[in-house]
Design a protein. Structure first.
Length: 128
């Protein structure tokens, strides 16, 4: 099955040997996003809430570029350097997603690229 590489300047450019997303059929695999501002490629200023919102905004931009939206998310992986932010993550996620919510994993990690405190990746299932 042919693969389509998804790229948008509305989300941070890839900072390594990967694509922002890859679309295969009606499935889109979004690479991990950290809270980089797509214009400056620097971590966003502010607290954990600002970081989580920037990551969701980055994922939403890549989803749009693929022809979908966050509403098409079937699986979300969240990586946090401090699981103490889990409740805040849930609160903000409820603003970006509506029921039925996607499947999700939240994993505590020791460190993330560029000193970020949160990273997320996702899988979308687009309508035919």
């Amino acid at each position: 099955m042919p693969r389509e590489i998804i790229k948008t300047d509305q989300a941070p450019a890839a900072i390594g040997a990967y694509s922002q997303a890859v679309k295969v059929g009606n499935t889109v695999y979004l690479s991990g996003q950290i809270p980089l501002d797509p214009k400056t490629m620097q971590l966003v200023e502010g607290d954990m809430e600002a970081q989580i919102r920037r990551v969701f905004d980055n994922l939403a931009a890549v989803a749009r570029a693929s022809g979908g939206s966050l509403a098409d998310t079937v699986k979300l992986n969240v990586f946090l350097t401090d699981l103490g932010h889990f409740a805040l993550l849930n609160q903000i996620m409820a603003e970006y997603f509506q029921e039925p919510y996607p499947a999700r994993a939240a994993i505590g990690v020791a460190a993330l690229p560029r000193g970020a405190q949160v990273e997320m990746d996702a899988i979308l299932a687009l309508s035919a």
